[in-house]
Write a protein that binds this ligand. Structure first.
Ligand code: SF4
Ligand code: SF4
Length: 121
């Protein structure tokens, strides 16, 4: 299926989702990437989620979306740990469409501004 979105041309809206769940394997990979033990990586990069035992990525303040994943580079809007990113980040949004990108493209065309950023904050 053709890909109808371009993450390089997007302010990384999906990385602003509050609940980005990570697995033990993800935490281990994050630790290896940063030269930390899984325990240290878990404490440093994740926090408690909604469900029992769930861990989610910590956030940082963001000018576009109020908060965003702590691993986003605020200037480039790229993931600073791309090679070590969690599984859920690798799978999203799949090979087809991204709803936010459709919305962003529509608004950029409507406003005749290719750099316009659709915010939620
Ligand atoms: S998946 Fe969609 S929202 Fe996320 S960075 Fe790519 S285009 Fe943007
Ligand atoms: S780890 Fe990277 S891809 Fe995943 S939410 Fe954070 S910044 Fe986005």
């Amino acid at each position: 299926m053709a890909k109808h979105y371009d993450c390089d041309d997007c302010p990384a809206y999906c990385c602003s989702y509050a609940r980005i769940i990570v697995t033990d394997e993800d935490i281990e990979r994050l630790g290896q990437h940063h030269g930390m033990s899984p325990r240290e990586a878990r404490r440093t990069f994740t926090r408690k989620g909604e469900d029992k035992g769930e861990r989610i990525l910590r956030h940082q303040a963001d000018e576009n979306f109020t908060t965003i994943c702590r691993f986003i580079d605020p200037d480039t809007r790229g993931c600073t740990i791309y090679e070590a990113r969690p599984e859920i980040c690798r799978e999203f949004p799949g090979e087809g469409r991204c709803g936010y990108y459709d919305f962003l493209t529509f608004e950029r065309n409507a406003q005749d501004d290719p750099d316009w950023v659709a915010t939620t904050g």
